[in-house]
Write a protein of this length. Structure first.
Length: 655
């Protein structure tokens, strides 16, 4: 045959299958566009000017990897759906005399057309919308100079290579499916899986146990290291449980509904329950995919939005004071250097100190169990309550609080930043040594307000007593000097003073002095958290697109499957009104189940999410809750719109 015939057949097939092909082509175009855009951002030379360039570039590279994996999985998934839907059509071609070799050529031309449309639309969209996304990124980063938008040939080449490989794999899969099938199987391809599924009790039990295990971990994990270590295990368990429950649990529920005679023997319920049951085996994976993707969209957008909106909270938590200096070694020379440096800068720039605090302390990592605190690093485990202990002498305490307290050798003051973890008074064991203890409020000493790891401030009689507690560790742990303050004055004077603190204290080479200035760290924080927010929105759009397409294809496939069934219902006397009620009952029952399940996942995971965000310095639980609730509400609106559009298409097919 002439190649033009195959080309015409391919174009005709795409037109005649436009209900399924147009969304697929649109998805291919958007996926190519999104991958090109994020690749172009990573190769942009202007990234060198972004504060925190290394972390920003690392985040973008992670984004490239995630989009690549998503593209492979999702385009292969949608392609397999298309070929399954078209098996009957291809079987007719085969029966009419078109051989498998000719069908293979026709499918090859269809794939070539898909590639050309995807690349043309994807690259054009990437160049057109890339500028907009680029400007949005600059706005998110609060960065106005350095980065220059440009068309990136390397990004185009990388995108072309990846998607050519994906489309080639899809074509090979299609050809393999056609080669293994005979005409009768192809003609029956759309009707496979219509037998009533069996109740899979074992798989249902696995689903309940795995999802229950994931929920249990999310609800009970308290220790910081346990939360971080077990989070991904909980995610995997919930994913397994979701697939198992949608596959087996849904069938078990439908059969229970069928046993309820009063419910089942109603016109709208009879047809909807029986219809869902017979196709649940093939629809379960799609529903589970919708649920998992919906959960991912909700988690990513709500979490990254909360971090970005709560930037001021994050900065204040990470830097309790505007200017902070840490002198490692706490020698007389380094202490004098820090104090005189502050004194000179305050005078030179006409600003004054507020909320000033300074003290010498000894810091060490520790494990807490009840009223016992151990500094033995070998005892750290996933379940351990780990934290940092700051030892101060009574003299340093008196200097900070302007008091004249004297502590006995066996007496200590204890302050814990987390109110929920207060020690029982009267006695404390510090590395095996017993002391009489008293809980006191020492919030002036706070070097941070992080709630990820517990922070203990222990006031002891003198440095000799501290060294006794440290034991052999005292040889390796040296005292440090902490001097922090807020500045009061004109905004311009404060800005110059901040720069002076950063520059002058960083110049100290004899003893290491680390200056931390809140305002000067703002840009790097916006770079890191802005990258999180950008990728959250970016991935959210991709996963939302995937969710919409899966929902659309599910509705379309069910519409074609139900067309003959409802035609029979009309012939046996079911009215158009009853048919519409049955369809609405069926669609509502199945359509919103993944959304309800996704919201339950989010609600259970909320506690873990707040703890993980605390590790990124966001402790504002109210903000996280509002962000999550708003994201769920907006997503539900989009979900409802998709429901209305796809249900209308479903009605059109069934009619």
């Amino acid at each position: 045959m002439n190649s033009s015939i195959y080309r015409k057949l391919a174009l005709t097939n795409i037109k005649s299958n436009r209900r399924t092909y147009v969304p697929y082509l649109l998805t291919c175009v958007i996926t190519v566009m999104m991958y090109y855009i994020i690749c172009a951002l990573t190769t942009n030379e202007g990234i060198k000017g972004v504060p925190g360039e290394a972390s920003f570039r690392a985040m973008l590279n992670i984004g490239v990897g995630v989009v690549a994996v998503f593209s492979v999985i999702f385009l292969f998934y949608t392609n397999s759906f298309l070929i399954k839907q078209r098996k009957k059509e291809i079987g007719i071609y085969n029966v009419l005399g078109l051989g498998k070799r000719h069908i293979a050529k026709m499918l090859t031309f269809e794939m070539l057309i898909t590639v050309m449309i995807s690349f043309a639309g994807g690259f054009a969209g990437g160049i057109l919308f890339g500028k907009l996304i680029f400007l949005i990124l600059l706005r998110i980063l609060h960065f106005d100079t350095g980065m220059i938008f440009a068309i990136e040939p390397k990004a185009m080449a990388g995108t072309a290579v990846l998607f050519l490989c994906i489309f080639a794999a899809c074509l090979l899969y299609n050809l393999f499916q056609i080669q293994l099938s005979n005409p009768i199987e192809l003609l029956r391809g759309g009707n496979v899986g219509e037998r009533e599924p069996k109740t899979k009790k074992i798989l249902t039990a696995i689903g309940v146990l795995t999802i229950g295990g994931g929920y249990y971990i999310a609800l009970t994990a308290e220790k910081p290291m346990a939360v971080m270590g077990l989070f991904f295990i909980a995610v995997i368990l919930v994913i397994i449980g979701t697939y198992a429950l949608f596959t087996a649990g849904s069938i078990a529920v439908l059969k229970l509904m069928r046993k309820n005679k009063k419910y089942y023997y109603q016109t709208k319920h009879f047809t909807s329950v029986s219809g869902m049951m017979y196709r649940m085996k093939q629809n379960a994976a799609g529903l589970a995919n919708i649920c998992i993707l919906s959960t991912m969209v909700l988690v990513m957008i709500s979490s990254t939005a909360a971090m970005y909106v709560g930037m001021d909270d994050i900065l204040k938590q990470r830097f309790p004071k505007e200017c902070i200096a840490h002198a490692y070694g706490a020698t007389e020379e380094s202490v004098e250097f820090v104090d005189k440096c502050y004194e000179r800068i305050l005078k030179d720039y006409n600003v004054t100190a507020e909320n000033e605090v300074s003290y010498i302390y000894t810091e060490i990592f520790a494990v807490r169990e009840g009223n016992m605190i151990s500094i033995n690093q070998e005892e750290v485990s996933m379940e351990a309550d780990v934290g940092t202990v700051y030892f101060l002498t009574a003299d340093e305490y008196n200097k900070v609080y302007n008091k004249n307290v004297t502590l006995a050798k066996d007496e200590v003051f204890v302050y814990i930043t987390d109110d929920k973890k207060k020690l029982k008074e009267d006695e404390i064991l510090l590395n095996g040594r017993s002391y009489r203890s008293k809980n006191v409020e020492l919030d002036k000493l706070n070097q941070s307000t992080s709630s990820v790891f517990t922070e203990f401030y222990v006031i002891m009689a003198d440095q000799d007593e501290i060294d006794k507690v440290l034991g052999e560790e005292s040889e390796y742990v040296t005292p440090k000097y902490y001097h922090a303050m807020d500045l009061k004055g004109k905004k311009a004077d404060k800005a110059e003073a901040f720069k002076a603190v950063q520059e002058e204290m960083s110049s100290k080479t004899e003893d290491f002095v680390l200056p931390e200035v809140r305002e000067l760290s703002r840009d790097s924080f916006y770079s890191l958290y802005g990258a999180f927010f950008f990728l959250g929105i970016f991935f959210g759009i991709l996963f939302l697109m995937a969710t919409i397409l899966i929902i659309y294809y599910k509705q379309i496939s069910e519409g074609y499957s139900d067309k003959e069934r409802f035609e029979i219902m009309r012939k046996v006397g079911m009215s158009q009104r009853e048919i519409r009620q049955s369809i609405r009952s069926q669609v509502l029952s199945v359509f919103f189940l993944p959304l309800v399940m996704a919201v339950i996942h989010i609600a259970v995971a909320f506690k873990v999410i707040t703890k993980l965000l605390a590790a990124l310095n966001l402790n504002n639980v109210s903000l996280i809750f509002v962000s999550t609730a708003a994201t769920v509400l907006v997503f539900a609106v989009f979900y409802g719109i998709v429901f209305a559009i796809t249900t209308k298409e479903y009605y059109r097919i069934v009619k």
